[in-house]
Design a protein around this ligand. Structure first.
Ligand SMILES: C[S@@+](CC[C@H](N)C(=O)[O-])C[C@H]1O[C@@H](n2cnc3c(N)ncnc32)[C@H](O)[C@@H]1O
Ligand code: SF4
Ligand code: SF4
Length: 380
């Protein structure tokens, strides 16, 4: 009855309802199709594993050589921004080339991660994210967050599943020191974080723990501030020191142990913010000063650089690159250089590499932690 009245008196409102209903139906249909797609890709991947074949399962697209930041721990933090911009102009893939490569990679993977350089510095970023979504892939975009206010956030909401905002410190001073930026930028990032909340865009924050922000984790202030800001999930890794500079940002051993113990303590006592990196990562660092794994799992991700190259087995082997504009994924993944992952243990503390190198049991435990947290939260 009410609906009929609305149709007569407020046609625009009723057409909105109609649109909304068809959106719900088409979005449930899309979800079902994407779930079927994921099951198929996983099935094929597991079959390959049974035959001892390595194939990627996650795509990581490093969208551009350019970044507007100066982070000391990252090669994209290069202070010569003019040279970096020139490099990006000459070497970054065009919109069409990225779309071509994304389409080439999509059939192999169940998730995509978009990062950089700074992905939001590309003018066509929304178009490229929409292309990825159109391929049926879930998308996480990792960003420094400083340019989010320049994007159409209503459009962004429909083309990403998660935004990972890199906020190493929630204290202005340490943030600016690590990221090499002015206080205004920290304020801008914090206000952009609120914009994500206002637009209902799912997000979490990631911190790289260095000697400049370790204290915040020992005092647990990082988590307390995050909780007050309404942040539900956080992720952290100790910094992986760069090989191309003559300084280390890693805290000393005893500070690292204090950080790990404090994070374990927080995890034990609180469910929120949920800490994505499982206890085992922190426990191994306490015991051995680094993480352990049998075989490096870097091959489970296809990491595509801004010029379309994939370095085999990883970024530390710069001279061994294959361009996806010329080669297909099967060709690149059948190279014998992948055997290097069996022996290489160069990444001491990088959480993403540790995670990808764990056995299915550890991954299942991590999954169960998430479920337990949800049950505790909703059932008490
Ligand atoms: C290379 S950045 C690119 C995306 C974007 N510019 C940002 O900062 O989020 C991707 C992620 O790597 C992290 N990162 C950079 N250098 C790192 C290092 N040496 N060790 C561990 N993580 C690092 C950043 O904090 C960020 O979360
Ligand atoms: S903002 Fe991201 S890409 Fe840029 S220098 Fe920092 S970590 Fe690197
Ligand atoms: S452990 Fe070795 S192979 Fe694996 S990501 Fe690190 S440097 Fe590359």
């Amino acid at each position: 009855m009410i609906k009929i009245k609305l149709t007569v008196i407020y046609p625009p409102f009723s057409s909105l309802m109609h649109k909304q209903q068809s959106y719900i139906i088409s979005s449930s249909y899309e979800k079902a199709m994407n779930a079927i797609r994921t099951i198929k890709v996983l099935g094929r991947w597991s079959l390959n594993r049974l035959q001892g074949k390595r194939m990627p399962l996650i795509a990581v697209f490093s969208m551009t050589h350019y970044c507007n930041y100066y982070c000391a721990m990252c090669p994209f933090g290069d202070p010569d921004k003019d040279a970096q911009m020139r490099l990006a102009m000459h070497r970054d893939l065009s919109t069409e080339q990225w779309m071509h490569i994304m389409s080439k990679v999509a059939p192999y993977v169940i998730w995509s991660i978009v990062e950089g350089g700074e992905p939001t510095s590309r003018k066509d970023i929304l178009e490229l994210l929409e292309h990825l979504k159109g391929l049926g892939l879930p998308v996480t975009m990792i960003t420094n967050g400083s340019l989010l206010h320049t994007l159409d956030l209503d459009r962004l909401k429909h083309c990403v599943d998660y935004i990972c905002l890199s906020i190493d410190s929630l204290r202005q001073e340490s943030y600016c020191k690590i990221r090499g930026v002015k206080p205004e930028i920290f304020k801008r990032v914090m206000s952009n974080l609120m914009l994500l909340k206002d637009h209902n865009i799912k997000h979490y924050i990631n911190s790289v723990i260095t000697k400049w922000n370790a204290e915040e984790f020992i005092t647990q202030e990082y988590f307390d501030i995050a909780k007050n800001l309404g942040i539900k999930t956080v992720s952290m890794t100790f910094v992986e020191d760069r090989a191309d500079v003559n300084y280390s940002l890693l805290p000393d051993r005893s500070t690292m142990v204090k950080v790990c113990n404090s994070i374990l303590d927080y995890m034990e006592r609180y469910d929120e913010p949920f800490i994505l990196i499982p206890p085992l990562y922190w426990e191994q660092i306490i015991e051995y000063g680094r993480v352990l794994f049998d075989e490096c799992g870097v091959w489970k991700s296809i990491f595509v650089n801004a010029d379309g190259t994939v370095m085999v087995p990883c970024w530390k082997y710069k001279d061994n690159a294959y361009n996806l504009l010329e080669h297909d994924v099967e060709y690149v993944w059948s190279r014998e250089e992948w055997a290097e992952v069996k022996h290489c243990r160069e990444c001491d503390v990088l959480a993403c590499i540790w995670y990808s190198s764990q056995s299915p049991t550890v991954l299942a435990n991590g999954y169960m932690r998430g479920i337990r947290m949800l049950i505790r939260k909703h059932l008490g």
